[in-house]
Design a protein around this ligand. Structure first.
Ligand code: NAD
Length: 293
């Protein structure tokens, strides 16, 4: 029986648990978690992401601090806000919405966020800890963390299994592969220079696809019974849709669902988990900073 992994439902469960924890913390030590979001420029998609994050914070009982700066702001202005948030005891997480305008040095700005408040988990030190055995990162990047959480909540055994991650970006593919390895899977990474992606993918018990290519993974790439986590969000033309397009994943869902034992839909799979994990990281940070167990 093929199971559709319901990311919406799991994200809702996670958010309910976060709500309860936030209430417990507020009642016992009077602290409310705070998340600062810095948005530079007027990209519509970025503004939508920031608005969604703010709404999710409000629902969860997290106080959000939002700074919207014009496109022509200077790097110094952004760094000043980061430095103020670093020092602000009400703020437990700082998020700089990417991409930044091209005249800014993204690396320099991300480095300025103090590692204790790096709820995106993109600081090189966090990634380094994720890669090293016996070390614990302060934060795990939200999207890969959401993928693993889905596997856990659906009781998918990871230990000893063969996993294939398709894509090796710093924000999804690479940390997803590191996480699976920490969970004792045997991990292969398929990327744009891999010569036999189909053959390698077909060996996998667990597939995490994070490429950004609509329907790239076909039914023939999938080992019968595999579990598929599809991170891709790709708009494809669709005249029957009032918006003129619809969203599909990196995996051809109609073919995959005939072969896999479980699969995440797009939308409604990994997407809702990403924001839930951001809230989770913010709560984790507030607990750690206040030494609240
Ligand atoms: P990216 O463009 O940074 O990385 C894509 C990766 O895919 C690269 O490492 C590249 O080597 C690999 N790749 C490219 N062509 C390939 C091919 N033909 N075969 C195998 N590998 C190939 O993208 P990203 O930021 O990692 O995002 C990937 C997808 O996930 C996008 O569709 C994005 O919209 C989506 N995404 C979703 C969420 C979410 O919350 N669900 C979050 C982040 C990204």
């Amino acid at each position: 029986l093929v199971k559709v992994i319901d990311g919406k439902k799991v994200a809702k469960d996670v958010r309910d648990e976060i709500n309860a924890e936030i209430t417990r913390m507020k009642d016992s030590i009077g602290v409310v978690p705070g998340l600062a979001v810095i948005l530079v420029g007027d990209r519509k998609d970025s503004a939508t992401y920031v608005r969604n994050k703010k709404k999710a914070c409000e629902t969860a009982g997290i106080k959000s601090y939002e700074v919207c700066l014009p496109e022509n702001s200077t790097e110094e202005e952004v760094l000043k806000y980061i430095s103020d948030f670093n020092d602000d005891p009400m703020v437990h997480g700082i998020l700089v919405q990417l991409p930044l305008p091209s005249h800014m040095d993204e690396e320099k700005i991300l480095h300025a966020v103090c590692i204790e408040k790096d709820v995106d988990g993109f600081h090189p030190l966090n990634i380094g800890q994720l890669a090293m055995r016996g070390r614990e990162p302060l934060f795990i990047p939200c999207t890969p963390k959401g993928c693993i959480e889905l596997l856990h909540r659906y009781n998918v055994e990871i230990k000893g299994k063969k996993a294939v991650v398709i894509g090796r970006s710093n924000i999804v593919g690479m940390p997803a592969a590191l996480l699976l390895q920490r969970e004792d899977a045997t991990v292969s990474i398929v990327h744009s220079r891999t010569t036999n992606p189909e053959e390698i993918t077909r060996e996998a018990d667990i597939i995490i696809a994070a490429v950004g290519k609509p329907n790239m993974v076909r039914g023939s790439w999938i080992k019968p019974g595999a579990v598929i986590i599809d991170v891709g969000i790709n708009p494809v033309e669709d005249a029957t849709n009032p918006r003129g397009y619809r969203l599909v994943g990196d995996v051809c869902y109609e073919e995959a669902i005939k072969v896999a034992s479980a699969i995440t839909p797009v939308p409604g799979g990994v997407g809702p988990m990403t924001i839930a994990m951001l809230l989770s990281n913010t709560l984790l940070s507030a607990k750690r900073i206040n030494n609240f167990k």
